[in-house]
Design a protein around this ligand. Sequence first.
Ligand SMILES: [Fe+2]
Ligand SMILES: [Fe+2]
Length: 163
Amino acid sequence: MSVESTEDLLVEGLQHIYYTEQRLLDALEELESTSTQEELQQGFSEHREETQEHVERLEQVFEQLGQEPEAAEDPVVEGMIEAHEEFVDKDPSDAALNRFNIAAGQKSEHYEIASYGNLAPLADQAGYDEAADLLEQNMREEQDALDELSELGENFDYGELEA
Ligand SMILES: [Fe+2]
Ligand SMILES: [Fe+2]
């Protein structure tokens, strides 16, 4: 498909974020299972449930565009998942992995916020108001998830890490 119009750009972006959200379902499970701090585990678990809703909202967006939902492999999310696997392979301490997982979660939220922050105005520009609202809803939940992770990062007990 050649990308020329606002709508083409929107569809292209939607296919990548649709892929990303589905991969994040796996990634959030991995972040939860490799964290030992309870608040962190709970945060990842709750955001995983929201992520399921993000996938469903995206399916509604495709429907409003008269398109079948289609996922396009996204190298950014794959890279983030690979970076996490590489870190786990280094056999970090529990505390080090908790701290790493906070940062990994934040990175994915920033990526999603940047994606939705561009897709919502594209949908708006292409005349799909309801789709734009759905994309903004996803974006707000990403922002809330980021804020929660940032708070956990700020309150992290560095005493658990070796000096
Ligand atoms: Fe999401
Ligand atoms: Fe997210």
